[in-house]
Design a protein around this ligand. Structure first.
Ligand SMILES: O=C(O)CCC(=O)C(=O)O
Length: 281
């Protein structure tokens, strides 16, 4: 992360990273999302069900190791959490060197992956505005003697172009430093003053602090918006996926089996486990 990128990230709370993925990665990730969408869309309202602490109800596919909710229909979103378990194509994003160069520059303690979701947003859908301002300590953005100090940050990966009408990710710049909560009523991102949509191209990434006020503008096009979201935080923070909130990272034994030690490191929440891992136990 160079000096200009650090300055811009600190100033506005997000950074668009062009060409974060190779063309081959875009192709294979896109195919993996499509295949998982086909399967999850059929199962989303079927048992077994799990109710998250926030009340959302998910279908749990224990064999493939993912949770899903929503529906494949206009106006709706299909969310697939813990997708890393479901297809080895996603392994390319675990210990992805260009991503880690950014993450290690903005999270001061050893960073681990605490959030993984595919967002498949059908025409007419929007993502309600959330976060921004004094949101408490869990996701806070701060700056200290060592520099940028994020408690939680996310990288969004784009596998197709997303223009202004395609339901872009949106932010109210600089609200990660705001001292006041947003006074605007409702969660409609299309109507919130100061909200801007961030267009991106296939292969780009958008890095942002979870402290920033954000959401997704209404998808006004006829195409479905599909993005990959991966969250990071200090190693002691447990899962920040909605279905498994504050549980241990949900990684199947077969997923661990195909990971390198460095990739496993990114799901090792606790130092003792890490030590055993590297001792070969
Ligand atoms: O891209 C979107 O529609 C919203 C994404 C979001 O809220 C998130 O990644 O936290």
């Amino acid at each position: 992360m160079n000096e200009i990128e650090q300055y811009e990230f600190d100033r506005v709370g997000y950074l668009i990273v062009p060409d974060l993925l190779t063309g081959a990665q875009v192709k294979s990730l896109s195919a993996a999302i499509d295949a998982l969408e086909d399967e999850a869309a059929i199962r989303a309202d079927q048992p077994p069900r799990k109710k998250s602490p926030s009340g959302s109800v998910y279908h749990h596919n224990a064999e493939k190791g993912y949770y899903t909710r929503g529906a494949r229909e206009p106006g709706n979103t299909l969310i697939i959490e813990d997708f890393f378990n479901a297809d080895p194509a996603f392994d390319a994003l675990v210990n992805h060197p260009p991503t880690m160069a950014y993450i290690d520059a903005i999270i001061q303690e050893r960073a681990t992956i605490n959030n993984s979701e595919l967002r498949i947003r059908y025409p007419g859908n929007q993502t309600g505005t959330h976060m921004g301002g004094p949101i408490g300590s869990k996701y806070r953005y701060s700056f200290n003697q060592e520099g940028i100090n994020c408690m939680m940050a996310r990288m969004i990966y784009f596998v197709h172009d997303v223009g202004p009408d395609d339901g872009p990710f949106c932010v109210v710049p600089a609200t990660h430093k705001s001292n006041l909560n947003s006074p605007y009523q409702g969660r409609n991102p299309d109507e919130e003053p100061g909200m801007i949509g961030l267009a991106a191209q296939a292969g780009d990434g958008i890095l942002f602090t979870e402290n920033l006020r954000h959401g997704g503008l209404t998808n006004q096009s006829n195409t479905t918006r599909k993005t990959i979201h991966v969250g990071y935080g200090p190693f002691w923070m447990k899962s920040q996926n909605i279905a498994t909130l504050d549980e241990d990272p949900y990684i199947l034994s077969q997923t661990y089996a195909r990971y390198s030690p460095e990739q496993r490191h990114l799901f090792r929440a606790w130092p003792a486990m890490l030590e055993r891992e590297f001792a070969g136990e």
